[in-house]
Design a protein around this ligand. Structure first.
Ligand code: OGA
Ligand code: MN
Length: 205
């Protein structure tokens, strides 16, 4: 975890280095306040428009309470908060494409809300040869999160050995290769907001 506060290109460079050396990156205080604060407000004020999250894509989409119990809302650039977030992730995408030649194209992201007791069991965001999610991006909108609040993101390596545990503290940014790292969200003991997104290659569908 990068402990000192990195901004702009220094942050992007540190993410690029982490991705090329270990395939994932975790940075605290990574999202600028001017992007984070409006997202926090929007997530809270739109909570009544969140929907139960499913698993699988398109025709395979099902809601399964035993795997995940959070609710989500997709982010668009129709609001100022959404467009500031999409601008910021757009800059990150451009930097990573130039630096790592990974051909990231489309970005999609949603808010997620975990009520007390909600979780997301161990899963991968993409499977080799299926879909085109390349990089997973997760950030959080919760101030003053404590260990006893639960809701940690646990990241495993390809052999299912635990490698990281992340508190969902506002501004912390987690980025990882979507196909390579199984991960889970432990049951939250307080209301938990996150944003999850994916950089993809290819087109929208
Ligand atoms: C996801 C996910 C992690 C988190 O939405 O796919 O793994 O910490 N989220 O919210
Ligand atoms: Mn996931």
């Amino acid at each position: 975890m990068s402990e000192q506060k990195l901004e702009g290109e220094d942050l992007f460079e540190s993410i690029a280095q982490d991705l090329s050396t270990k395939g994932y990156s975790i940075c605290s205080n990574a999202i600028p306040e001017s992007v984070l604060k409006p997202l926090m407000q929007e997530a809270q004020s739109q909570l009544n428009c969140f929907n139960r999250a499913g698993i699988g894509r398109q025709s395979q989409h099902v809601i399964d309470d035993t795997i995940r119990s959070d609710k989500i809302r997709w982010i668009s650039d129709d609001t100022e908060a959404g467009s500031a977030w999409l601008n910021w992730t757009g800059e990150l995408k451009q930097y990573l494409n130039r630096r790592l030649f990974i051909g990231l194209n489309y970005f999609e992201s949603h808010f997620a809300h975990y009520g007390v007791g909600n979780f997301y069991k161990k899963h991968r965001d993409a499977f080799v040869g299926q879909g085109n999610r390349v990089l997973s991006v997760v950030t959080y909108l919760n101030e003053g999160w404590l260990e006893e609040d639960g809701g940690q993101l646990v990241i495993y390596d390809d052999a299912d050995k635990e490698i990281e545990r992340v508190l969902p503290q506002s501004g912390t940014l987690v980025i990882f290769l979507s196909e390579e790292f199984p991960h889970e969200v432990l049951p939250a003991q307080r209301e938990r907001f996150s944003i999850t997104g994916w950089f993809r290659t290819g087109s929208r569908t």
